[in-house]
Design a protein around this ligand. Sequence first.
Ligand code: GAF
Length: 387
Amino acid sequence: MTTDNIISGFQSAFGTQSSPLIVRSPGRVNIIGEHTDYNEGFVLPAAIDKAAYLAISFRNDNEIHLFANDMNETFSIGIDDLRPIGDISWPNYILGAIAQFKKRGIALKGFNASLTSDVPIGAGLSSSAAVECAAIYAMDHFFETKLDRITMVKMAQKAEHEYAGVMCGIMDQFASIFGKKDYVIKLDCRSLEYEYVPLNLQGYKVLLLNTNVKHSLASSEYNTRRQECELGVAWIQEYNSQIKSLRDVTIEMLKKYVEPKDQLIYRRCKYVVEEKERLLKGCEELQQGNINALGIRMFQTHEGLSKDYVVSCKELDFLVDAVKNDPAVLGARMMGGGFGGCTINLVKEEAIDDLIEKISKVYTESTGLELTAYVAQIENGTEIIAQ
Ligand code: GAF
C-alpha cells in the first residue's frame, strides 16, 4: 500500500486537492494464549505487516463522510446523530471510535475519511481492531486530546463492544497500538503490564493459512464463551469470594466446584485454565530459544480450542491435522476468535513454498475451498505515516 495511492484515493473520493492525515494501524497474530484475554490471563500477540490505513481531513460542517476504498462504498452521518448502524459493518468501527471521544465530552468537528486495508476480513487477524485503532489514533491527533496509548486501546475496545456488539477482550487493540517490529508482546490482561519478547524463530517463519471461511456463529458464540467462563467463576465465588476471574482459578477448584454441576462449563473453564499455564511456559521456551517445545504447545492449544472450548471448525481442524506430522512444521493452531479464519504455523523457511502447494491442493480437494497463505512479518504498531 503506498501513501500516494491512499492520498489519490482520498482526493478522488472527496473531490479535493488537500492532503489528508494518514494513520496506519496493523492487524495482529497471536503466538499462544487464545481466549485468555477476557479471563484476565496473558496473551502473546504481535502486530503484522498487514494494516488498515485511514486518511482523514476536517470538513467545515458537523458531518462525517466515509469512503471504503476496497469496497467502493460511502457512508455519511451527522455528528449529532452518531449511533451504530445496522446494515453495513465497516462504518461502525470508525463511528464507534468517534463515539468514545463524544462520550468524553470532547468537542468534535466534521471530517472526511477514507479507509483502505489489506488485513483480510474474517481471517482472525483483527481487521476490525485495526480500523478502530486507526480511527482513535487519528482523532487523538486531530482533536489534540493527547491521550496515552493505554487509554486509546481501551477506547478502541469499547468501540468494538458498543458499535460492533462483540464483547472482545483487549488483545487485538493492544497489539495494534503497541506492536513493535520483530517482537511479540507478553501482555498481562489483568494489570495491562507488558513486556516485549524478541520473536527469534531460528530459521522458522510465521505462516498463516486462511481457510477463507467465517461461520456466522463467530460473534454470538464468542459472547456465549465469555458468559460460560463467567458462570464458572460465579460458581467458584460461592465458596471463595477472593476469586475474581479464571486467572485465579486452578484445575482442582474446577473439579471441586464446577465439574459436578455442569460438564460443558467445566470443559470451557478447564481449557482457559490450561491455556493460561501453556502460555507462560511457551513464552519461557521462546525466551530460552526452545521453539520446538513452543510448537508442541501450539498443537495442544488447538486441541483444547477444538475439543473443550469448541470454537474451531472442520476447515481449521483440517489445516492443523494436515501439517501435524510434517517435519518442517513445529506447531500449528487456529488463531483468534475461531469458527473460521487462519491457522498460525511455525514453518521452516525453506519448506514454506512446498508446504503451501501441498496443503492448498489437499484443502481444495477436501473442502472445495481455496486456501490463501501469508508469511507474516512482525511490524510496528499504529503510527501516523503522513500529515
Ligand atoms: C478475538 C477477540 F477480539 C480477542 O479479544 C480475543 O479474545 C480473541 O478473539 C481470542 O483470543 O480476536
